[in-house]
Design a protein around this ligand. Structure first.
Ligand code: NAD
Length: 204
């Protein structure tokens, strides 16, 4: 994927959801319709779509299937991204049950935990593995991505351990602000921040 800003990624992902669900069954869609539904500027939508290299048809707009496919290609949805989840609790197990991840190339291979009562059990068709086995599996399968869903107090220690053995991308669901080397990318996911943004947009 060529470098595009996170804001563009966010909007293209929303257009994709719109085409996949809301406009499923439509043959064509105009940029103005997308702009309307998402409360955006038509010119911004057209600019984003131009980045995907797809051309609209006069009066009818874009072919839905073509636009959807071109967004998938631009965002690399079909590139396989293998991931481990660390922390097989309420959130970790909820994520493993999210079937749509595979539509975006996100392939969760296993869950790790340190609770002996959980190790060996299955969740969402994946085995819960002892965290002690992480180094061996990382080196065997060359995994670079983890989803972190351990309690806040364990987050830094688990991060240091995973980074030591080769993890380079951490989708951090914990509220802990992680310290990592420059070679490691952390993306902090936070539903509270989304809620606050929603409240804030009502005040505009
Ligand atoms: P949970 O207690 O249900 O699950 C945590 C799991 O981590 C447990 O299975 C536990 O055994 C395991 N664990 C603990 N220490 C470990 C270690 N050192 N190594 C490996 N596994 C370990 O918690 P939860 O409700 O699933 O929440 C998980 C995390 O997600 C918490 O940090 C919580 O604050 C956070 N959270 C974030 C959001 C968000 O918006 N990003 C939303 C909800 C929860």
């Amino acid at each position: 994927m060529t470098a595009i800003s996170n804001k563009v990624i966010n909007r293209l992902t929303l257009y994709h959801c719109l085409l996949k669900y809301t406009c499923k069954g439509n043959s064509f869609i105009a940029s103005s319709k997308i702009a309307d539904l998402l409360d955006l500027d038509d010119s911004l939508v057209r600019k984003d779509i131009a980045l995907c290299g797809v051309l609209g048809h006069k009066k009818q707009g874009y072919v839905v299937a073509e636009l959807k496919k071109s967004i998938e290609q631009k965002l690399g949805f079909s590139d396989r991204k293998e991931v481990f989840i660390i922390g097989a609790g309420r959130l970790g197990t909820a994520l493993i049950h999210y079937a749509d991840f595979k539509d975006y190339g996100i392939d969760i291979l296993a869950l790790f935990d340190n609770n002996p009562n959980k190790i060996g059990k299955e969740e969402g068709g994946k085995r819960i593995i002892s965290l002690e086995k992480l180094p061996n599996l990382i080196s065997r399968i060359n995994i670079k991505n983890i989803i972190l869903t351990v309690p806040p107090y364990a987050a830094q220690e688990v991060t240091d351990y995973a980074v030591k053995y080769g993890v380079r991308f951490i989708w951090n669901f914990t509220p802990t602000v992680l310290k990592v080397p420059k070679s490691v990318t952390v993306y902090n996911e936070n539903v509270i921040s989304s809620f606050m943004q929603m409240q804030n947009s009502k005040n505009k």
